[in-house]
Design a binder for this molecule. Sequence first.
Ligand code: ZN
Length: 300
Amino acid sequence: MPDLKAIVQNARKAGTAIPAFNIPYLPMLEPVVKAVVDLNSFALVETARLEWIKFEAGGPEQIAGEFFRWQKPEHVRLHLDHIPVIDEDGQRVDFLSIIQRAIGLGYHSVMIDGSRLSLDENIAATRQVAAMAHLSGIPCEAELGAVLGHEAGPLPPYDELFDSGMGFTRVDEARRFVDETGCDWLSVAIGNVHGAVSSGLKDRKKIAARLNLEHVEKLSRAAGVPLVLHGGSGIPREYVLASFKKGITKINIGTEIRQAYEVALQTSGRVSAAQDAVYERTCWLLDDYFGLKNTQPLLI
Ligand SMILES: [Zn+2]
């Protein structure tokens, strides 16, 4: 069976993308895997540090335990999402030891997020993590540019942000960053924003973000590696599908399935009903929204 790096390269060549579903609550993992298998798709399940701290994912061990219980390697692999060098609350994080722990647990790929650092510091941290991942034979994702939204407090007005290209990944920097770090996948800022996670804002409906598709194309050419779209929930479908043709090869989905789980749990009081809601929403995303049903045979 091909390794994950090869599978993602296959997706890039096919002009399609691999969704990566965030798991902030452990019971969400099983229905996500089931939906991916039932629709004959290929996806990642992933966990970010803030999902252990602000939600109930437990930690990388708990997520790995749940993943290896339900895993279907021909359809799903396990990714370590956002391990920040400086977190959304401005705290320094011992990123190397967390990532090393995850590699030891059998994660199939990892992400280092140095996007709150200067370019040089981001390059230095990413280079270290990429080397560590490659020693274990797994790919490393990194982030360049500012995908806003995880910080406490409201975002600046979205149209202003989009029109000015504020925080967008720069083309010249993308080329240098990939060359100097050896990262395998690059998370870019192209108009996308994360769903809010701070307690006052996390239940709000996400704003409908747009994507600057011309900019994606330029970044893809400059970086020469698969690009990753974070904050994939709530972006109008036509932008998302078009971005797959222009170099976006992995798309992270967090808010959309998290809110399905939380709402169903609140209204029913039953975890099984919340799991059903996650299954339904994941099927809908894969099939109706992203058109990724039956894409597994293209990739493996
Ligand atoms: Zn993200």
